[in-house]
Each structure stands twice: as C-alpha cells, then as structure tokens.
Design a protein around this ligand. Sequence first.
Ligand SMILES: [Mg+2]
Length: 183
Amino acid sequence: MLKKLIPDEFYKSVYDIPYEELYKSGKRLIMADMDNTLISYKETLPSEKLKELKKRIEDIGFEIIIVSNSRKKRVDNFSNAFGCKYQKFSTKPLKRGIKRAMRKVASKRYKKEECILIGDQLMTDVYGGKRCKLTVFLIDAIDKKTDIGPTRFNRKLEKFFLKRIKKKYPLLYKEKLAIYGGE
Ligand SMILES: [Mg+2]
C-alpha cells in the first residue's frame, strides 16, 4: 500500500504543472480534485486566473474534468461556472468514481496511460489514482485551514504514512514528498 501513496510528482499548485510537456508525452485527460486543489473551501467560483489556466490547458488539447468526493451542490455550481464535466461523490480512494469519470463522464474513453489525476490529498487523491494505475500529481492544498472534518482526519493519517514512507523509501520520499511533508 505504501508505494501507492507516492505521487508521480509534487507541484506547488496547479499553475506549476508543465502541461505542454505532458501533452507531448501522450497525456490527454486531466482529472482534477476540486476542494483545496482548484478552490479553497471558502471559495465557490473559479477565479479569473483559474479560468485562464483552464483555457490554456484546453488550447493545448487536453480535456479537463472534476473528480470530487463532495456530494454538495457546490460541486455542481463550481463545475458549471468553470464549464466542465464532473463526477461528484467520487468516493476516492475507491476506484469506481475515478473509473466512471474516465469512462463515462469524459467525452470519450481514455486509456489510463493518457490520464492524469491532480489532487491535494495523499489518502484520497494519490491513493485512489495510483490504485487505478494513473499518473498522479500531488499539490499543496490551497488553504489547509479551511479543511473540513473528514479531510482533517485524513491529514492526520497522512502524517503517519509520510513518516512510514520516509523510513521505507527514503530516496523516493526525498524526491516526491519531502516538500509536501514540510521539509
Ligand atoms: Mg481536495
């Protein structure tokens, strides 16, 4: 299980990901977590900066969809304002929501090699994406202070697992997780 908690890369935010390079390497679908990946829990709508990023990503040729564990109306509202398809109540780290997003929500069926999952949580986004054998990017939460109940619990679990990963895979930890872990 531990290895499935290690992302392919860590980036500071969704703005720091090299989308052009990824497209050249064959990636086509971006599945983005919503809360604390695209917006903080305090926000409800995409900022101008985020809309510009979406346009840039789509101009490159990507399709972008939202894969959120939240069941709240805010997922519908945000996704509609952002102008993209979405899977809410996706139950990450279970595979079913992510698979449904790839197969049914996206405009066509993508191969797993073409998909990237981006999120701010080890226990849901990274673990879920890796269980589906996807390329997974971990980013720093926009505003951890706004995390809600279940996420706070996951952050505690994260700390425990970060320590275990550091001990068992020190090189991988250094390369992929040290900054996220606050080192
Ligand atoms: Mg999140």
